[in-house]
Design a protein around this ligand. Structure first.
Ligand SMILES: Nc1ncnc2c1ncn2[C@@H]1O[C@H](COP(=O)(O)OP(=O)(O)O)[C@@H](O)[C@H]1O
Ligand SMILES: CC(C)(COP(=O)(O)O)[C@@H](O)C(=O)NCCC(=O)O
Length: 326
């Protein structure tokens, strides 16, 4: 049987060079931005810097700008298909938001990727309204996770209310005027019952989360339901060597320790007073107990389901792109 990593590689034994993906090196990809007008001004760039603290602006210009152009082409393609379908049906059904899924490990840079894409996509014609929803809002509240014995399984597929998440995206793709999602606080490490995210027919909705490319679940009668990705118009898997992601996780934990964790309301406040060595050991413990097994068992196996795989090197820089052939 062909393994998932073999599917991604044209160099796999017996593949005869066939793979469903076109592979581009970073250099080839960056060249695609030569003819693109930079849609960001100085203020936008300052704003982007604020969100992705270490984000390199050359990276934005060389990697994310061409990617936003590609996504803009897919949005236009979907629009044309929608018009053709309306003509065929002799009925002008309203267009639904273009939904992009962004998947990958904890700490690989999904949020940063999603935020940069939101800023860039907003500046392309036809997609001024871009919304972003993270799947952590669909985690069960801590009390429910405790009841199910899942507090040490946060981020694993079973820690989410998957039915609610599926309903949310399905309603967005059904053209509902207003769809609501619950909101998760990284500060209190729990769902905040009085807050929610309201999505009102944006041009583009980015859905970002660990498990957004998970396959459909098996029903009790053995048949398969729908997967979240059945509602995606495009999907991106942010990939990197596991050892690098572990390092980024620990680095982010250390940074939060001297920032957010010092807030007495923070769930991790108890870590604020740890020595550097103790804090690094705590972060490594959480990584090894929860995030790494989840990455290995549930997240990496979904990589081959993405339309685009962005592969990072040890410095967060994208090294190569695998784009599914159309
Ligand atoms: N493209 C990038 N360049 C530099 N640093 C990045 C980049 N993407 C993410 N980071 C850093 O890596 C860490 C994890 O990124 P984040 O977007 O929070 O990951 P995730 O949402 O996957 O958990 C953060 O400290 C972030 O600042
Ligand atoms: C909240 C998360 C499960 C990520 O959720 P996502 O938005 O990717 O669905 C993750 O960031 C997390 O908190 N994991 C638990 C282990 C830890 O504290 O790192």
């Amino acid at each position: 049987m062909t393994s998932e990593s073999e599917l991604l590689s044209s160099r796999a034994p017996g593949s005869q060079g066939f793979t469903p993906f076109v592979e581009l090196s970073r250099e080839d990809w960056a060249r695609l931005s030569n003819d693109l007008e930079q849609p960001l001004d100085a203020a936008d760039i300052a704003h982007l810097r604020g969100t992705g603290d270490r984000l390199d602006l050359r990276e934005v210009a060389e990697v994310y700008l061409p990617l936003s152009r590609l996504l803009n082409l897919y949005v236009s393609g979907a629009e044309q298909l929608h018009r053709a379908t309306s003509t065929f049906l002799k009925d002008d059904v309203e267009r639904t938001p273009f939904v992009i899924g962004v998947a990958g490990s904890v700490a690989v840079g999904k949020s940063t990727t999603a935020r940069v894409l939101r800023e860039l996509l907003r500046r392309w014609p036809g997609t001024p309204n871009v919304e972003l929803v993270t799947t952590d809002g669909f985690l069960y509240p801590n009390a429910e996770l405790e009841r199910r014995g899942l507090m040490q399984r946060k981020g694993f597929p079973e820690s989410y209310d998957r039915r609610r998440l599926l309903r949310f995206v399905s309603e967005v793709k059904s053209g509902a005027d207003e769809v609501r999602a619950p909101w998760y606080s990284h500060l209190t490490y729990d769902i905040v019952p009085e807050r929610e995210v309201i999505v009102r027919r944006p041009d583009v909705l980015i859905v970002e989360g660990l498990n957004v490319l998970a396959p459909a679940r098996l029903r009790s009668d053995g048949t398969q339901g729908l997967a979240l990705s059945d509602f995606f118009d495009f999907s991106i898997y942010v990939d990197a060597p596991t050892a690098s992601i572990e390092r980024w996780y620990i680095e982010r934990f250390m940074k939060l320790r001297s920032g957010a964790f010092s807030d007495p309301d923070s769930y991790f406040h108890r870590y604020a007073t740890l020595s550097d060595e103790e804090a690094a050991a705590t972060a490594k413990g959480i990584w090894t107990r929860i995030n790494e097994p989840n990455l290995r068992e549930n997240v990496i196996p979904t990589r081959g389901r993405a339309k685009l795989v962005l592969s990072k090197g040890p410095d967060h820089g994208i090294r190569r792109m695998l784009l599914r052939k159309t």
